[in-house]
Design a protein around this ligand. Structure first.
Ligand SMILES: Nc1nc2c(ncn2[C@@H]2O[C@H](COP(=O)(O)OP(=O)(O)OP(=O)(O)O)[C@@H](O)[C@H]2O)c(=O)[nH]1
Ligand SMILES: [Zn+2]
Length: 293
C-alpha cells in the first residue's frame, strides 16, 4: 500500500503528501469505530481511488501528539521569546521548556526582536542566552527586520516537523511570514474559497520550508503541567540530570533529601538560582494539582 504524511485536515478530508503528489483522502468509518482521529503529521497507508482522491487505511504509531494544535509526530518546538516587548522571562521560558521536554520534543530557543535592544540590554540578554547554551540548548538570536534574521533558523528546520510556540506578541507570525512570504496570501485564499461566512473551520496545516515542515498554528497555548508526573520533572531539566548523578539517593527529587548533587550545584552557582527556583515552583504546582479520575 502507498504511504504518505497528512499535511492538512479540513472538512473531513485528509490531504496526504506522498512524494510529489497530494491525495485528498477520507477517513472512512474505520477510524471512528476505533475512536482514532487521524492527525496532521500522521504517517498513513492509503488507497488511491483515482489520481487525486482516496481513503486512509491505517495510521502508523505516533511518536507524540499535541492537542492544541492537533498534530502528531512533532520533532521540534521553536520557542520564540522576545528580548523585549514583551520582556524576556526565564520563568515562562522554563515552563515552555519543561512542557516541550515532557512531550519528547526537542526545543530550540529563538530570541526575537534583538534589533530593539540597547548595547546594555544586549549584554544582559547575552548573559542569559549563554546560561541556556551551557545547559545544552541551542539559542538563536533573531530579528524580523535584519536581512539575515531568519537565515540562522532555516537550517534547523530541515527534515523535521516543527511547531512554533511562545506568548502573544513575541513575533511568531512575523517569523512564519519571513520564512514563507506567500503564507498570508494563501491563508486569505483558503478562507475566502471556503465561503462559509462567519462559520470558518479551524484547521492546521504543515507548510514546506526547504525539506522541513512547519505547523502554521502555534502550539502549547495551555501552559499547565496537567500530564506531567512529579517523578518525571527532574528529567525535564537537563542540568539536573547531570548533577543528579552526584545525589546520594537514587530517585532523589532534589527537594529535602540530604547530600543532593543538584542543591550543591545551586550553592556553587553551577546551576543558576532562578532555574532551581522554577524547579521548586513547578514541583509544588504538580504536587498540589487536583487528582484526575
Ligand atoms: N522591531 C521588531 N518588531 C517585531 C519583530 N518581530 C515582530 N515584531 C513586531 O511585534 C508585533 C507582534 O508580532 P507578531 O508576529 O504578530 O507576534 P505573534 O507572536 O505572532 O503574536 P500572536 O499572533 O498574538 O501570537 C508586531 O507589531 C510585529 O511587527 C522584530 O524582530 N523586531
Ligand atoms: Zn538530588
Amino acid at each position: 500500500m502507498p504511504e504518505g504524511k497528512i499535511m492538512k485536515a479540513l472538512s473531513g478530508f485528509y490531504y496526504v503528501k506522498d512524494k510529489d503528489r497530494v491525495i485528498r483522502c477520507r477517513g472512512r468509518g474505520l477510524f471512528r469505530k476505533k475512536k482514532i482521529t487521524p492527525l496532521v503529521g500522521d504517517y498513513v497507508e492509503y488507497q488511491a481511488e483515482n489520481d487525486g482522491e482516496g481513503y486512509l487505511l491505517d495510521i502508523d504509531e505516533r511518536k507524540n501528539e499535541l492537542t492544541r494544535p492537533p498534530i502528531a509526530n512533532v520533532d521540534q518546538a521553536v520557542l520564540v521569546f522576545s528580548a523585549i516587548e514583551p520582556d524576556f522571562s526565564t520563568s515562562l521560558l522554563d515552563r515552555f521548556l519543561i512542557l516541550v521536554e515532557s512531550h519528547h520534543i526537542d526545543p530550540l530557543i529563538c530570541i526575537s526582536k534583538m534589533d530593539l535592544l540597547t548595547d546594555e540590554q544586549t549584554k544582559k540578554i547575552e548573559q542569559l542566552a549563554k546560561q541556556y547554551e551551557k545547559i545544552g540548548y541551542t539559542v538563536l538570536r533573531s530579528s524580523a527586520i535584519w536581512d539575515d534574521g531568519m537565515a540562522t533558523l532555516t537550517p534547523h528546520l530541515e527534515e523535521k516537523i516543527t511547531v512554533f510556540a511562545g506568548q502573544s506578541g513575541v513575533g511568531k507570525s512575523s517569523i512564519l511570514n519571513a520564512l514563507r512570504p506567500d503564507l498570508e496570501l494563501r491563508t486569505d485564499q483558503i478562507s475566502s474559497s471556503l465561503g462559509r461566512g462567519k462559520h470558518t473551520t479551524r484547521h492546521v496545516e504543515l507548510l514546506s520550508i526547504g525539506s522541513g515542515l512547519v505547523a502554521d498554528t502555534p502550539g502549547f497555548s495551555a501552559l499547565e503541567f496537567s500530564e506531567l508526573e512529579l517523578d518525571e520533572l527532574p528529567s525535564c531539566f537537563p542540568e539536573m540530570v547531570h548533577y543528579g548523578e552526584n545525589c546520594k539517593f537514587r530517585g532523589c527529587l532534589h527537594m529535602n533529601e540530604p547530600k543532593c548533587g543538584v542543591k550543591l550545584a545551586v550553592e556553587s552557582e553551577d546551576i543558576p538560582a532562578y532555574r532551581y527556583k522554577h524547579y521548586q515552583q513547578f514541583y509544588d504546582e504538580i504536587k498540589s494539582r487536583k487528582p484526575r479520575y
